[in-house]
Ligand binder design. Structure first.
Ligand code: PLP
Length: 398
């Protein structure tokens, strides 16, 4: 039973765990205990379910993308519309959970890193709602690229802390947020933005996101009378993918595909294809596949989608890769941009660049399998945040 993982030390097979300084381990143990308690607590779960429904707008629909499927000319593609959530992506699902937990634990402030700004906006939103202070660490390159999200966070009352170290992107923002957390882990709660970091975060964020797959399973059955043949989701840290996959892990007939960004090529610094090209190691307090040099230092990564350019990946994905329960593939910048425009033009849905990677792979997969097969894609977010960047860099096709 894959669903029972991780074990009590936070391991998925040989991946996960907690590699942190001793003083932080004490705080993480408190978070684990508090989380295990709210997991079984009716009033906590009811409050979260209430907010999912009346605040986020859940359940998000499953939409049969008939025009897209037709123009591709292969299998039938369906979209789980996480782009329709309040704040425009799946991240609000775990941010609300983490903010409610932080509040229950008596924390004053939530802090986090952000790449595309989606996690920052989602957390700033949850903090405003729940009544917590909020500091968001963001690389300077991402600040320039994702201007609207920076403004949103400030409007919501959060403090955006620019990070000028390293390559000034997501990994450096994680480093900076981590240092701040080490300095004050008592009044602050580090609301990690994906299924990464030390135990209990990979488990906790997965559990909060698993609402996506539970809903999708029921909705898909209602639409088709069956389960989907294939699931497809993009993988940065891997939270939207785990959100979709978890409810189906024990359904042997459902094949699962994670899609990583191959950016502009397979040389160092051109991609962020961690599971495809990485090796096991330790980064940011957990063991997983990593893009690393001989000394175990994280390598530079790149993707057109800021939310995907991270040199690590959630430990459960590393495990699922090794046991071959999930297959991992790549989509390039170019394929993602093409999919971005295809979905916009054929269905009137502008996807986030991250999600466009999943659409790009689904497009290939649809042509490799029988036409009567079904593919359920997690459309993790909407593309409003990306439109200026895409049009400036790639232009608008005829
Ligand atoms: C952040 C983000 C991702 C990548 O994060 P995961 O943890 O891999 O899901 C994907 N899609 C969108 C829209 C995002 O904002």
């Amino acid at each position: 039973m894959i669903e029972k993982l991780p074990n009590e030390n936070g391991y998925f097979g040989e991946y996960g765990g907690s590699f942190v300084p001793e003083n932080l381990q004490g705080v993480l143990n408190e978070i684990t205990a508090a989380y295990m308690q709210v997991k079984e607590d009716r009033s906590f779960q009811d409050e979260l379910t209430y907010l999912y429904r009346h605040y986020v707008g859940r359940p998000s629909p499953v939409y049969p993308a008939k025009k897209l499927s037709e123009v591709i000319g292969g299998a039938q593609i369906f979209l789980k519309r996480e782009d329709l959530n309040h704040t425009g992506a799946h991240k609000i699902n775990h941010c609300l959970g983490e903010a409610l937990l932080a509040k229950r634990m008596g924390k004053k402030k939530v802090i986090a890193e952000t790449g595309a700004g989606q996690h920052g906006v989602a957390l700033a939103t949850a903090a405003a709602l729940v009544g917590l202070e909020c500091d968001i660490y963001m690389g300077e390159i991402d600040i320039a690229k994702e201007h609207p999200n920076v403004v949103r966070m400030k409007i919501l009352g959060a403090t955006v802390v620019p990070v000028s170290g390293g390559r000034k992107t997501l990994k450096d923002a994680v480093d900076a947020a981590f240092i701040s957390y080490l300095n004050d882990p008592v009044t602050q709660f580090y609301a990690i933005g994906s299924v990464v970091g030390p135990h209990p975060f990979p488990m906790m964020v997965r559990d909060f996101q698993s609402v996506v797959g539970r809903e999708a399973k029921e909705q898909f059955r209602e639409l088709t009378g069956k389960l989907p043949d294939h699931l497809v989701a993009c993988v940065g840290g891997g939270s939207n993918a785990m959100g979709l996959f978890t409810a189906f892990l024990d359904d042997a007939g459902v094949e699962m595909h994670g899609v990583e960004p191959s950016g502009i090529g397979f040389k160092v610094g051109e991609h962020a294809a961690t599971l495809t090209l990485g090796t096991p190691g330790v980064l940011h307090g957990f063991r997983s596949y990593l893009l690393q040099d001989e000394k175990g230092e994280a390598l530079p990564v790149y993707s057109v989608a800021s939310g995907l350019d991270y040199p690590g990946v959630g430990p459960q994905h590393s495990y699922l890769k090794d046991i071959k329960r999930v297959q991992y593939h790549c989509a390039s910048d170019r394929e993602a941009i093409d999919a971005f425009y295809l979905l916009s033009r054929k269905e009137g849905i502008i996807p986030a660049l991250e999600s466009a990677h999943a659409v790009a792979y689904a497009r290939k997969l649809a042509l490799e399998i029988d036409k009567d097969k079904t593919i359920l894609v997690n459309l993790s977010g909407r593309g409003d945040k990306d439109i200026d960047f895409v049009v400036e860099k790639y232009g608008i096709p005829e």
